[in-house]
Write a protein that binds this ligand. Structure first.
Ligand code: IMP
Ligand code: MG
Length: 180
């Protein structure tokens, strides 16, 4: 248990566990059959996971191009508003490309479904999904991730890029805020 910003945080996945899983995921992705990948990190929550995973992809022998898209469905709260919008788009043309979307958490699935459909509509050859955490119990759309770091219990988690109102992103581990 750690005290950060006067909130108690319990560790769910520590830094070593995350690093080992990233290397294993990268091996899976490298064995997935697509050599020339356009990786698209879905900001903001995925920024640390994506930064680590692309370095693991390098170790696994891949040389992807890397892009960023900012999507929003949450605002500053902790419950999804249901509609996803593009806050900042990628610059690249995805036509004919094998896309790998990277996100932090798959929950209702709305964010990633939206991103996947957008890339396919723009002519991507394929659009696969890698997420660090999968909250399978909360799914509201028919989507599964191609690569999953860990199944996540139905708690609101923070750290390793994930936030409550932009706080806790810097934590090198994934944790849960203890309700008091
Ligand atoms: P979805 O559209 O319902 O699948 O929501 C996924 C998005 O919600 C993720 O990209 C996260 O940014 C955010 N999210 C969902 N659960 C959590 C959480 O426990 N902590 C922080 N962000 C979350
Ligand atoms: Mg997100």
């Amino acid at each position: 248990m750690k005290l950060i910003r006067n909130r108690k945080i319990n560790t769910l996945f520590d830094a070593e566990t995350l690093a080992a899983r990233n290397d294993a995921l990268a091996e899976e992705i490298a064995n997935g059959g697509h050599e020339d990948l356009l990786v698209i990190a879905v900001l903001k929550g995925s920024f640390i996971f994506a930064a680590d995973l692309v370095r693991s992809l390098h170790k696994a022998g891949l040389a992807p191009e890397i892009e960023f898209i900012t999507l929003s469905s949450y605002g500053d709260g902790t419950s999804s508003s249901g509609t996803v919008r593009v806050v900042k788009d990628i610059d690249s043309d995805v036509k004919g490309r094998h896309v790998l979307l990277i996100d932090d958490i798959l929950e209702s699935g709305r964010t990633i479904s939206f991103a996947k459909e957008l890339m396919m509509k723009r002519g991507a050859k394929s659009a696969e999904v890698a997420v660090l955490l999968d909250k399978t119990g909360k799914r509201a759309t028919d989507i599964t991730a191609d690569y999953v770091g860990f199944e996540c219990p139905d708690y609101f988690v923070v750290g390793y890029g994930m936030d409550v109102a932009h706080a806790f992103r810097e934590l090198p581990f994934v944790g849960m805020v203890v309700e008091e």
